[in-house]
Design a protein around this ligand. Structure first.
Ligand code: AGP
Length: 367
């Protein structure tokens, strides 16, 4: 497939806009013909007896794994460990009998992730490779290949591969839940219907681009930015900070909002924008109290949240973008779009090389 930018200025912009169709394609590939069940090559793994799932990845793929950990633990009730590939094998971690190790990689060529796969195989694990490039080394070497169907991703900053990974991992969580007897067919159907709403919700979020662009212009003037979130929004805060660093060279940190009082709150001043990822979920009240602590110290909070969240905090915050209200489990998809647009438009405002940022390569084949 030959990739081109279409009517977009950068590949990254095109890849952000493509996400609803990428997710629709992944959905088509990961569900049964009657659209009631998850269907993929991981069906034959003995999930009922697997004591644990270990997921190993780097960078954005690692943050996708972080989202997956929450889904897997909540929906499938399987213990999940997530590991950064460059650290994993050097610790020589013990891996349980009948354990399953999954590596996640857009390129399928990341040296540390490939080495992690080989380590897991040397320890008798069943291995799964969740990849975009199905002709890659990881795809060749893993016991089971799970394709994410994102299509070629050219921008160094990963966007559509991230959401496609999260999507396939969510679907896998549902399949594992069924295999472990945690959910029945009706509940599985319910999850399939929930996942089927993702493309439309992502399109609604993409329509908010001008608001993210306006916010990004303010972010572009800062030299430090904090991203805060809780629960499923914590990995999104990490992903938002990574995207911003990668393409704008602005120093950014992602934090679990409840953790900032243990140190990072010392960074808060009137110059450091704080981007709060705030769906109105079970953790919202806790997040709101963390944000009030920050605002009490002159912190400027940009609230990315739905109408309910905005109702509570609208008067107090510095900037606000109102997001669609969604089931908290699928919030990562639309908040991913938000942080991608903020990073993208901040980079465009700064005039950096969006698709080919300095010092970075699309695929990291050195350790
Ligand atoms: C993401 O924006 C980065 N460019 C980077 O963190 C990337 O996700 C990482 O290098 C892993 O790549 P992979 O998915 O191809 O293994």
């Amino acid at each position: 497939i030959v990739a081109d930018k279409g009517q977009h200025r950068h590949y990254m912009a095109k890849e952000i806009h493509e996400q609803p169709s990428v997710i629709a394609r992944a959905l088509g590939a990961w569900i049964s013909e009657d659209r009631t069940r998850i269907a993929c090559a991981a069906e034959n793994v003995d999930w009922a007896r697997a004591p644990r799932l270990t997921i190993v990845a780097c960078g954005t793929a690692y943050y996708a794994a972080h989202v997956a950990k929450v889904w897997m633990e909540r929906v499938a009730r399987i213990p999940v460990e997530i590991e950064i590939a460059s650290e994993f094998r050097y610790r020589e971690p013990p891996l349980p009998d009948r354990g399953v190790t999954m590596v996640v990689s857009q390129s399928g060529e990341t040296a540390d992730t490939l080495a992690a796969l080989r380590y897991a195989q040397s320890r008798g694990q069943i291995t799964l490779g969740l990849v975009n490039v199905t002709t890659s080394t990881i795809a060749r070497e893993a016991d089971v290949i799970l394709p994410i169907h994102a299509g070629p991703e050219i921008g160094v900053a990963s966007t559509k591969a991230f959401t496609a990974m999260v999507f396939c991992l969510s679907a896998l969580a549902v399949l594992i839940a069924r295999k472990r007897g945690e959910i029945g067919l009706d509940e599985e159907h319910g999850y399939v219907e929930l996942l089927s709403t993702v493309p439309r919700l992502m399109s609604e979020t993409i329509a908010l681009e001008p608001q993210f662009e306006a916010l990004a212009h303010d972010i572009a003037r800062s030299s430090d930015t904090l991203f805060l979130g809780r629960g499923l929004m914590y990995p999104l805060a990490l992903e938002g900070a990574l995207k911003l660093k990668e393409i704008t060279y602005i120093h950014a940190e992602g934090y679990a909002a409840g953790e900032i009082k243990h140190g990072p709150i010392a960074l808060v001043d009137e110059l450091t924008p704080i981007i709060a990822l705030a769906p109105f979920d079970g953790l919202f009240d806790k997040l709101a109290s963390n944000l009030r602590e920050v605002m009490g110290r002159k912190g400027r909070v940009a609230l990315i949240g739905d109408a309910e969240a905005s109702r509570d905090l609208a008067e107090e915050v510095w900037r606000r973008v109102e997001m669609p209200a969604v089931d908290p489990l699928i919030a990562p998809y639309i908040y991913a779009v938000a942080v991608q647009f903020i990073a993208y438009h901040a980079a465009v405002a700064k005039g950096t090389d969006v698709d080919q940022p300095r010092n970075l390569a699309k695929s990291v084949t050195v350790e």
